[in-house]
Design a protein around this ligand. Structure first.
Ligand SMILES: O=C(O)C(=O)C[C@]1(C(=O)O)C=C[C@@H](O)C=C1
Length: 448
């Protein structure tokens, strides 16, 4: 039995620059890279089923080769099996056919001293492959920002990568500079972070989870400065909004900056004695500031929900709680939103969030009315989060029903929304998100 390791490496190289899923590519054997490369070249694995079939194929081939005792192919054989899975013509035991006759050969005895990669099995693929230990995760702000803490909560032991703006965090993932982004989407006191709703539509990332973080704001100043000496307080606009009452009592001017920790850093760098910052205790420690007020937020229950974003979607399942996010637009008319949401109510599917945002490409809609002439209406995008997995028949039926409703072309019907998402013209955008259990508020059950 012979094997050609040099050729194997060449065969793998293009895959590394391809789009192998980050979930598997760095920690799993070579086979995983091939698995994900295959769809790009042949466009054959548009859905999870084909992807799983391919994995199953790899798993079964590796088992069959070992059971025949063909030691030389163990570990290497599945690579080629997966690479050529859609046009499998490979004959077992004939390396020339696979690599060509000029390929270097290594005998079985030489192979014994080689460290062979462990073949992927179905169990490897079914489990969340990693828990953040070797991921690079983008967040907005500088060290000490709440978003940094959220990134660490979502992906423990990850390398958190600071970004100046939300947009930069989105782009960092898209450009493969990092593996994930963790970005705030709403706060229990301050409400939605609209910018991120808008950016979700403009970028090609998928929601793959969410994490909630308790936000405990402090008023920080240079060491020795008293509260009464402060003329202004700087912070992120959300943080200022969450401390509305406390800041009003202080009677200081407020100034918005990019992030809470950045505000602390600014005061320290410029030695501003008349300026305070609303930020975390960790920011005080990092930038050498003193805590004047510990717990400045209007309510102790101050929680921010962060989305975990990735280039690849997760495969929805039914064995744990899932959340799904969709976005759509509606025709003008009485009861249209009621009818759209009824598709969920009818199936006892709980909605956790509804957000409406302007359609920035077409903010106003002109509607002709035979009695009153034409009228201009604001045009909205509706974002809905609901508690069900897309693997759940109820969710599939609900979205099917919604799709039918959206396509209805009567005066009270819905309009199909053509959104420039992921380069496609999608009528409905579905993004699955492994959800936390709402009853155990801060516990993330599904992280990846
Ligand atoms: O400025 C920070 O520290 C952030 O992480 C940003 C942010 C936000 O955008 O809402 C995150 C959590 C808090 O709600 C306040 C601010």
């Amino acid at each position: 039995m012979t094997l050609c390791p040099g050729s194997t490496v060449r065969a793998l190289e293009p895959c590394l620059t391809g789009f192998a899923s980050i979930e598997i590519s760095t920690s799993a054997p070579y086979t995983s890279r091939i698995l994900f490369q295959q769809p790009r070249r042949h466009g054959a694995f548009g859905d999870g089923c084909r992807w799983r079939e391919c994995c199953a194929l790899v798993g079964s081939m590796s088992r069959s080769s070992s059971s025949k005792g063909s030691g030389g192919y163990l570990g290497y054989r599945p690579v080629l099996a997966a690479q050529d899975a859609s046009s499998t013509q490979i004959e077992e035991g004939n390396p020339e056919q696979i690599w060509g006759t000029n390929a270097p050969v290594v005998s079985t005895t030489e192979l014994v001293s080689l460290t062979l990669p462990k073949p992927l099995s179905i169990t490897d693929l079914a489990l969340p492959p990693r828990h953040g230990s070797d991921l690079r995760v983008a967040y907005q702000g500088v060290p000490g920002a709440y978003s940094e803490a959220a990134a660490a909560k979502a992906y423990p032991r990850c390398e958190a990568v600071p970004c100046e703006q939300f947009e930069a965090a989105f782009q960092a993932v898209e450009l493969w500079l990092v593996d994930r982004a963790v970005l705030p989407i709403e706060n229990s006191l301050g409400g939605s972070i609209h910018r991120n709703y808008d950016l979700l539509l403009r970028h090609r990332l998928h929601i793959v989870g969410e994490v909630q973080l308790a936000i405990h704001h402090c008023l920080l100043a240079l060491p020795g400065v008293k509260k009464e000496e402060l003329l202004r307080v700087v912070s992120h606009p959300q943080a200022l909004a969450q401390c509305e009452q406390g800041l009003t009592k202080l009677g200081v001017a407020r100034e918005a900056v990019d992030d809470t920790a950045g505000a602390a850093q600014f005061i320290a760098a410029h030695k501003l004695k008349d300026t305070g910052a609303v930020a975390s205790a960790r920011a005080a420690e990092i930038y050498g500031l003193e805590i004047l007020v510990d717990g400045l937020q209007d309510d102790l229950d101050n929680v921010t929900r962060f989305l975990m974003l990735a280039r690849e979607p997760i495969i929805p399942r039914t064995d744990r709680p899932f959340k799904t996010s969709i976005v759509f637009t509606l025709e003008e008319g009485p009861g249209v939103l009621f009818k759209a949401l009824a598709v969920f109510a009818l199936r006892e599917i709980n909605l956790t969030k509804i957000e409406s945002r302007p359609q920035r490409k077409r903010p106003l809609r002109v509607v002709d009315d035979s009695n009153n002439g034409s009228a201009k209406y604001f045009d909205y995008l509706f974002y809905v989060d609901f508690e069900a997995s897309m693997a759940d028949l109820r969710a599939q039926n609900a979205l099917g029903h919604l799709q039918v409703s959206l396509n209805k072309d009567d005066s009270n019907g819905f309009r199909v929304c053509h959104l420039p998402i992921a380069g496609d013209n999608c009528s409905i955008v579905v993004s699955c998100c492994g959800a936390f259990d709402v009853k155990i508020r801060s516990k993330v059950l599904f992280v990846h």
